[in-house]
Design a protein. Structure first.
Length: 268
């Protein structure tokens, strides 16, 4: 016959899965897997991987990330995320929480996905394609994206962005350009559209209250976010630039301490 204490011990032992929500395809900073939490007995699972989700709000994106996986309520110790993926990661944590354990969230250099950020990335994509084909790009090649529009017409905006990339890609040099460049442009447009759909989904967030705690790790000069929906927030500033945050020993130590406390007392 097992005691309640034995059952609790088994639950704590089983709760060793870390879900990573981190879009690493378009940045220079190291991925969150560089924390190497598996060296400390955790099972690290990257759930934001290609083929990327095409959902247009944080809740739908999170559901699609979780859907291919099966996790017991006692398995997931925490969700760890980076930058603008935070709103999607919060939805993941909310969906995997239970009456017995509110899955905590660890966020490194978190920041919101804004209409201006999406516009900036759109412009980067257009200019990169223009460089590929030798086309000219006007200074006003993109337009402002309002919060209301991103909420009401995310699919249409994503299609507009994709079409603008392929349209510029059609502006070949007079000599016809490089053979096969049209196909290269289409591949790039699809790849970049994955990124922009993710940013649109992260923008269209509801920030649910789920009862979990948040650890924010921030690099030098990075602003502290007000983490909506959390039960409590702990902020640790790491004396390094953004490029060095994930690899900093102090960041890893803070994550391990945060996780150890929540797993041991079962409060999430």
């Amino acid at each position: 016959m097992t005691s309640m204490h034995d059952d609790q011990e088994r639950t704590l032992t089983a709760r060793r899965t870390i879900l990573v929500v981190d879009y690493v395809g378009l940045r220079s900073e190291p991925p969150l897997t560089a924390l190497r939490l598996e060296d400390h007995g955790f099972r690290v699972v990257e759930i934001l991987r290609p083929p990327y989700v095409r959902a247009f709000d944080a809740a739908g994106y999170a559901s699609a990330l979780i859907e291919p996986h099966t996790y017991a309520g006692s398995e997931v110790a925490a969700v760890v995320t980076y930058c603008m993926a935070g709103s999607i990661a919060q939805e993941v944590a909310a969906r995997l929480s239970s009456p017995h354990y509110d899955v905590p969230l660890v966020v490194l250099d978190g920041e919101p996905s804004t209409g201006e950020a999406i516009r900036e990335q759109w412009e980067i994509a257009l200019r990169r394609i223009a460089q590929m084909v030798g086309a000219d790009v006007a200074d006003d090649v993109t337009r402002a994206l309002s919060d209301d529009e991103l909420l009401a017409q995310p699919r249409e905006i994503a299609q507009e962005i994709h079409d603008s990339m392929t349209s510029i890609g059609a502006q070949q040099r007079p000599d016809g350009g490089v053979p096969g460049i049209a196909r290269d442009v289409e591949i790039f447009a699809d790849w970049f559209s994955d990124w922009l759909v993710y940013l649109i989904a992260a923008h269209n967030a509801q920030w649910p209250h789920w009862g979990g705690d948040v650890l924010q790790l921030i690099s030098k000069s990075h602003p502290v976010a007000d983490w909506l929906g959390s039960r409590s927030e702990e902020v640790v500033e790491i004396s390094t630039d953004r490029d060095g945050l994930v690899l900093d020993p102090g960041a890893k130590a803070a994550v391990l301490s945060f996780l150890a406390e929540r797993i041991s007392d079962g409060r999430g």
